[in-house]
Design a protein around this ligand. Structure first.
Ligand code: AMP
Ligand code: GLY
Length: 421
């Protein structure tokens, strides 16, 4: 089979790495890919952006692509699955109507309320004065969320009422996220530990993946600004069998059944971001795709052929082909460019990845590029160094042992991923 994989981050390198291990796969074209996918067996980068739906479709038709795999949310929310299906092509991911679970936080909140999925209360506003009055009158500080996609930056936890009003003004009046912040949610501020539960679905059946936790703050000890994620591990010790059964019963099952009942069966990966509050579990958000960096710890635990699994989802056969997971724990530590998530330099040469691999790690590239045979940094998050072991500590030790071999100017990472400080 020939595959087209869309995306260019660490998640996509992990997908390319796993898909390339399938004996059914001959070639994988990665649009646009990175320095890691450029050197993964069977893989070849092609310079088409993830927003160029027409270009991606034309490429898939020219190359007789047998299966397209979509990494990021942007093309899913833009309707790439509907477009490819209408052209008779096989593609893994939810249709546009189902991808609204991530594409519109107002839709997602109303959907959860319709299907009694546990989540915090929220009010939706498009008028600044009304939103500001409401937020000002609350006893507790709220969470403010841009309705549409905002590259992971659309959620703000203000620390004062003044800040809440200022953020509402930026979003609703100044349109800091463009059309994505023409509507905002003022949402109940929840407190508790967070865990991500991802599941495959064929529209009817569900197969849950090992639950993951990620570390969002830049600095060791959960300090500093929020980032796209500085590390992750799976399975999370918070996710006991009882907890997982509850998530399936109260969150995943009603979401999949609800989408089917509303005429848009959910096929693909459904990602539930959960918080364990004193009042019970609550959904913070749904995403319509694999997580980043969760994928870099979940896929190394998957024994099954990922192509088989994706085809089973597309064909409605997931019930007959449940995924097999290996025992053990995976941890990944992100190496970022100095200055991230603010301004950072690019083009720094990266050395030592073979040493980390010799230490038993898998090194996933996020922001790297190959230039004349040299591997250079090209983004904020540069690498995710994954280790697998019998325990959380063993997995973290392996990841950190490998990481010690890797060098580039200005590299920063947390020292407490999957381990106490
Ligand atoms: P999201 O983009 O919805 O995943 O939100 C990003 C992060 O914001 C989450 O991982 C949480 O840490 C935090 N967050 C989102 N919603 C809430 C909420 N209602 N209460 C407290 N924290 C939240
Ligand atoms: N790790 C968070 C996300 O992928 O949305």
């Amino acid at each position: 089979m020939n595959l087209l994989l869309i995306g260019s981050g660490g998640r996509e390198h992990a997908l390319a790495w796993k898909l390339s291990q399938s004996t059914q796969v001959e070639r994988i074209f990665v649009a646009a890919g990175n320095g890691g996918t450029a050197t993964t067996p069977k893989c070849e980068n092609v310079a088409i952006g993830d927003g160029d739906l027409a270009g991606l479709l034309a490429f898939a038709q020219q190359q007789s692509i047998d299966l397209t795999v979509v990494g990021p949310e942007v093309p899913l929310v833009a309707g790439i699955v509907d477009l490819f299906q209408a052209a008779g092509l096989r593609i893994f991911g939810p249709v546009q109507a189902a991808a609204q679970l991530e594409g519109s936080k107002a839709f997602s909140k109303a959907f959860m309320q319709r299907h009694t999925i546990p989540t915090g209360w929220a009010r939706v506003f498009s008028d600044f004065e009304e939103a500001a009055d409401f937020a000002w009158g609350l006893d507790d500080l709220p969470v403010l969320k841009a309705n549409g996609l905002a590259a992971g930056k659309g959620v703000v936890l203000p620390e004062s009422r003044d800040e809440a009003v200022a953020v509402l003004r930026q979003m609703l009046v100044e349109r800091s996220f463009g059309a994505a912040s023409a509507t905002v949610l003022v949402e109940e501020r929840l407190r508790g530990a967070e865990v991500s539960v991802l599941a495959f679905s064929d529209g009817k059946n569900i197969a849950v993946m090992p639950p993951a936790q990620d570390h969002k703050r830049l600095l060791t000890g959960d300090r500093g600004p929020n980032t796209g994620g500085m590390g992750a591990f799976a399975p999370s010790p918070l996710a006991t069998p009882n907890f997982l059964a509850e998530v399936e019963r109260t969150v995943l099952r009603p979401a999949i059944d609800g989408m089917a009942a509303e005429g848009a069966p959910y096929v693909g990966v459904l990602y539930a971001g959960l918080m364990l509050t004193a009042k019970g579990l609550r959904v913070l958000e749904f995403n319509c795709r694999f997580g980043d960096p969760e994928t870099q710890v979940v896929l190394p635990l998957l024994e099954s052929d990922l192509v088989d699994l994706m085809l089973a989802c597309i064909d409605g056969r997931l019930g007959e082909t449940p995924p097999v997971w290996r025992k053990g724990v995976a941890a990944t530590v992100v190496m970022a460019s100095g200055g991230y998530p603010g301004h950072y330099a690019k083009g720094k040469e990266i050395h030592g990845i073979p040493g980390a691999e010799a230490a038993g790690c898998t090194v996933f590239h996020a922001g790297t590029a190959l230039a004349d045979g040299r591997l250079l940094t090209s983004g904020g998050r540069v690498l995710a160094v994954t280790g697998v072991g019998d325990s959380l500590l063993a997995a973290a030790e392996r990841a950190y042992t490998g990481l010690a071999d890797i060098h580039f100017d200005g590299a920063v990472w947390r020292t407490d991923i999957a381990r106490p400080n």
